[in-house]
Design a binder for this molecule. Structure first.
Ligand SMILES: Cc1ncc(COP(=O)(O)O)c(C=O)c1O
Length: 370
């Protein structure tokens, strides 16, 4: 199997329900009204950019967001608040998760004195389960993979009259995922304050790690809507063993990943891409690259042990995947078509996101110290 796919996007935004919800987002206003709000830092990795022979490398560090160590809470907190405004009587929220999203739903439900029931797939580690339980959730581990766990959570929510807060969409389930995507807009807007001017983002290429693709789609939507033709090139990064977006591109239709689903990148080990995310990704992403667990371990160690004045960054297995995609794109001889396609050169200014910290501390220590 090839490890990259080149797309030729139309850059068209489809004016559907998701577009409408994203257009009406007031996520930054909402998040900054929470007392625990702090803007996440945007670092410039000057030494690493020199090593990679590019002009600038920025990293938006989400490892401390709301004390939850991952960006996901931006989505869940916004969706829970909006859904409760519509229906304050909801008493139980439900979600399927491989870790970060479930913790975010439990945290958000607790804020409003509501309960949460969270389903996790068979491979979720004990530490990740404990982290969700810490926020009062009733957590059930199922002998299923992520995609099957989502279907189970959906069925249970209908049966029990719980409110499902799922971060991926399917036919007739698009409103909540769109609200979650609207919540993600906060950290893109935070970057605007520092880097961009009126019609340019301030960088040329961005590498975004993808699970079901909702987060990447939210960024793509934001770029098309905000910068139009001046948007940066966008490359999605997926684990080789679970690359639903890559395989959907090669099959030219949305399909479940065909790989082993055996990867340390738990947050990216998802099933079929989100329906509404896929519609946006198809139209606005320039390329997809797949990476291995070894690629991401190297990226985690690079961020953990910086050289010269670069900051030390705690980046978990899924958090470091965007940088891993960039390092692979620059260092692999066989990727010259990809480099040309995204105009990667010595003058490139590049943005990546650290989307999580050490969300499984044992695994993290084992990787960065080895
Ligand atoms: C740390 C981390 N990064 C990235 C992602 C990818 O987000 P999405 O599933 O919306 O593609 C996830 C998803 O859970 C995640 O936990």
């Amino acid at each position: 199997m090839n490890d990259f796919y080149l797309n030729y996007p139309t850059d068209i935004l489809i004016k559907n329900q998701t577009h409408h919800i994203l257009s009406n987002s007031n996520s930054l206003e909402f998040h900054s009204s929470l007392d625990c709000y702090n803007e996440s830092p945007l670092f410039s990795l000057d030494f690493l950019s020199k090593e990679l022979n590019i002009s600038k490398l920025y990293i938006k560090d989400e490892s401390k967001r709301f004390g939850l160590n991952a960006f996901k809470v931006l989505g869940a907190s916004y969706a829970v608040c909006k859904i409760l405004k519509k229906n304050p009587k909801i008493s139980i929220f439900c979600a399927a998760t491989d870790g970060n999203h479930g913790k975010a739903v439990a945290w958000s439900a607790k804020k409003y004195n509501k309960e949460s029931v969270i389903y996790v797939p068979k491979e979720t580690t004990k530490l990740r389960i404990k982290a969700i339980e810490f926020y009062g959730a009733d957590v059930h581990q199922l002998d299923l993979n992520y995609e099957e766990t989502c279907a189970y959570a959906s069925k249970k929510s209908i049966e029990m009259n719980w409110q499902l807060i799922q971060d991926t969409s399917w036919e007739n389930y698009e409103e909540v995922p769109a609200l979650i995507m609207s919540g993600y807009l906060t950290h893109f807007l935070e970057i605007e304050k520092t880097l961009c001017d009126d019609d340019s983002s301030g960088f040329d290429i961005v590498f975004l790690q993808s699970g079901v693709g909702s987060w990447a789609a939210s960024y793509i939507w934001y770029c098309l809507n905000r910068f139009g033709k001046n948007r940066p090139k966008i490359v999605l990064v997926e684990p080789f063993e679970s690359c639903g977006v890559f395989q959907s591109f090669t099959e030219d239709k949305r399909i479940s990943p065909l790989g082993s689903l055996d990867t340390i990148m738990a947050g990216l080990n998802c099933g079929i891409p989100s329906k509404s995310a896929w519609e946006i990704i198809k139209n606005g992403c320039d390329a997809v690259i797949t990476i291995s667990d070894e690629d991401v371990k190297l990226s985690m160690r690079t961020l953990y042990s910086p050289k010269e004045n670069d900051p030390k960054i705690i980046s978990g297995e899924s958090g470091a995947a965007g940088l891993a995609g960039l390092i692979k794109t620059i260092n692999s001889k066989s990727l010259q078509d990809l480099r040309a396609h995204i105009n990667l050169s010595e003058s490139s200014k590049i943005l990546v996101f650290n989307t999580e910290g050490d969300t499984d501390k044992n695994s993290f220590q084992g990787i960065v110290k080895s």
